[in-house]
Write a protein that binds this ligand. Structure first.
Ligand code: F6R
Ligand code: ZN
Length: 189
């Protein structure tokens, strides 16, 4: 039997950098269709295309038995009064759970059952270890003025289903109203 060799990666709690790692970047243009205020999105994109978040993966085989892990850095920002967030997804293997451990910043983790009938929102803050049970879709939102940085561990063969969320979005949205962070029903749900 060929053994996979143990290895370290190093996570910088301040920047979220994970080394050695493989980075993916998501810009506003990649997630523009999710925001409520279409006119505001257009206006922002006419001027610039801000970096919304980055994910840095440790290189692990996408095979049963392995644990994938990565950091996510969501930059602070809003479109209108709606905070920056990740695309969000279901795992293709619905039966696989995940843990998000927050290193820096303030966020909200929106989770929904596959039919969207159930929805829960957890606070993310330094030291919070949020458990995403099997079958719950998940999206994270930066509600603070600094980067939201969290470390994720999930089954390496879980797979990511983005198509379902592309069609439906999430049942809840996270907005700023009068300087407060509020969670509201998604009017387009
Ligand atoms: C992996 C996972 C996270 C996210 C990352 C970016 O299963 O949940 O590592 O992939 O926070 O979010 P998405 O993948 O929704 O763009
Ligand atoms: Zn996930």
């Amino acid at each position: 039997m060929k053994l996979f060799r143990p290895f370290n990666v190093v996570v910088d709690f301040e920047t979220g950098n994970l080394t050695p790692g493989k980075k993916i970047t998501r810009y506003l243009s990649d997630i523009q269709h999710f925001f409520l205020d279409k006119e505001k999105v257009k206006a922002v994109l006419a001027k610039e295309n801000p970096l919304v978040y980055e994910v840095i993966y440790a290189e692990v085989p996408e095979e049963p038995g392995h644990l994938a892990h990565c950091t996510t850095i969501i930059y602070p920002g809003k479109v209108g009064n709606e905070f920056f967030f990740t695309k969000g997804h279901l795992h293709e293997k619905l039966e696989t759970a995940e843990i998000y451990f927050t290193l820096k910043g303030q966020g909200r983790l929106i989770m929904a059952s596959p039919d969207g009938e159930e929805c829960e929102v957890l606070e993310m803050f330094p030291g919070s270890a949020s458990y995403i049970p099997p079958s719950w879709s998940h999206r994270s939102v930066n509600v603070g003025g600094e980067p939201l940085i969290f470390y994720c561990i999930f089954f390496a063969d879980a797979g990511h289903d983005y198509a379902t969320i592309d069609k439906t979005g999430f049942p809840k949205v996270v907005l700023e109203r009068n300087g407060e962070v509020v969670v509201e029903n998604n009017p387009n749900w």
